[in-house]
Unconditional design. Sequence first.
Length: 333
Amino acid sequence: MRKNEENKGIIGCKENHMKKFFFFSVALFLLCQGCAFVSLGLMGPTRPLVEKELEGKGRDKILIIDISGAITSDKPSGLSLEAQPESQVARIKEELDKALEDKKIRAVILRINSPGGTVTACDIIYREIIRFKQKKGVFVAACLMDTAASGGYYIANAADTIIAHPTTVTGSIGVIAMKFNFKGLMDKLGVEEDSVKSGDKKDIFSCWRGMTEEENKIMQGVIDSLYGQFLQVVCEGRKGLSRDEIRTLADGRVYTAWQARDNKLIDNIGYLDDVIDLAKNKTGIREARVITYHRPQQYKNNIYSQSSINIFGLGQNQLLEHMPVQFMYLWNP
């Protein structure tokens, strides 16, 4: 009798463990698939940015703004310590607005580590930096980290000078719009797609069929227009290069820091410390406090600290989750 009770207890315990494992597995699957956003909410609603002093001393300040990961106007998905995480575009806009009000800020460093992102998000950030320079009149430098390709390089051209780490990969000047063509697979499965449309171009770039020659020309025209916008931005940022020279370099390939410097796509090669020293020299100050902005619930203690705490961050593939077509300034190997 006692043995039967022990067996029942063991079985019940195993069942409880199996239930817990099942629910944990489902929750983890949903998180990894980007189907659920979980906010721990430990700090309540997102609070305004606060200043964090990283190093240095003196009255004057040099602000570091972090531009990292895939650039998009969407809020990041994943597990975050922020109750209401914002898009990178919104955060950078907020940082620039806060910097405008601080008369002690003498220079800004854009620390860029990004393969690029959506065309519009990259262009918004670029234009916000240009407007900031016009209003504030301070020196702005771009410091390229691991990767500053496509949209990351696009944004760098808003700076007065571009410095890359010796190991940086940059360039990838161009536009891409990606889609899969499932027609062959659907034909094998015997599945057809039937749409009712107002015009024969309404489903252009559909993944359920290939494009006609006319449709390909239409889409290429859109790509060419956005590509021309990219070329214009580089022309304005790289005064030492003609548009024809830039076009020769802008075939989508990436460059090492040394190749980029030789081709005049960047100004010099160095480290973040070198960029800070350059900012001091350009503004005629001997000492300055290097600062950054962060949310009260975030931790930063040095010039290489990241801007956000996100366990499952936004990846390049997630840029394509919600829209069938996105035009991107993105290096997507």
